[in-house]
Ligand binder design. Structure first.
Ligand code: ATP
Length: 143
């Protein structure tokens, strides 16, 4: 039996107005992997609402400005006990001016990282690809 799961999240970046250096937020999940903030889309929520809520719950950050025009989907399978889960995650791109993070119990650690380091640390290839796309998008839009 295959069960479907849908999550939404963001490549959340911090950009200081004085130092023009973008840093991306990665979270260390309890399962061990490093990924972006994200979580299950709940009934009655749209993707952006989920993303905003998950960022708030997982990092304590309220100040989130979505960068219009970026939406990137990844898909993967994983096993939970005997069940095969087919998962889809939608990623948005969002900016914050808050660097302070308050983690929830779901994660072990967080890091704000420059592009190359974030690319290295991300566990999964499909998440790395999303970061590559996000950076290209920011460059194209002169951000
Ligand atoms: P959510 O943050 O969406 O609530 P979760 O913490 O329940 O998610 P995932 O992050 O999807 O779960 O992790 C579930 C399993 O899938 C873990 O075993 C993890 O290693 C694996 N996994 C996570 N991200 C990916 C990915 N991009 N590609 C392949 N496998 C992944």
């Amino acid at each position: 039996m295959v069960q479907e799961e849908r999550s939404a999240g963001a490549i959340l970046f911090f950009l200081d107005s004085t130092v023009h250096k973008i840093e991306y937020l990665l979270l260390n999940y309890a399962a061990g992997h490093w990924d972006f903030p994200k979580g299950n889309i709940e009934n009655g929520e749209d993707e952006l609402q989920t993303t905003r809520r998950e960022i708030r719950e997982e990092t304590g950050i309220y100040d989130v400005e979505f960068i219009e025009g970026f939406r990137n989907k990844i898909e993967y399978y994983y096993r939970r006990n005997q069940t095969l889960i087919q998962k889809e995650v939608i990623f948005f791109l969002a900016r914050t001016s808050i660097r302070q993070v308050t983690l929830s119990r779901e994660h072990n650690a967080y890091l704000w990282l420059a592009y190359e380091k974030a690319l290295d640390l991300l566990t999964y290839k499909n998440a790395k690809n999303v970061l590559v796309e996000a950076k290209l998008f920011l460059e194209k839009n002169s951000l």
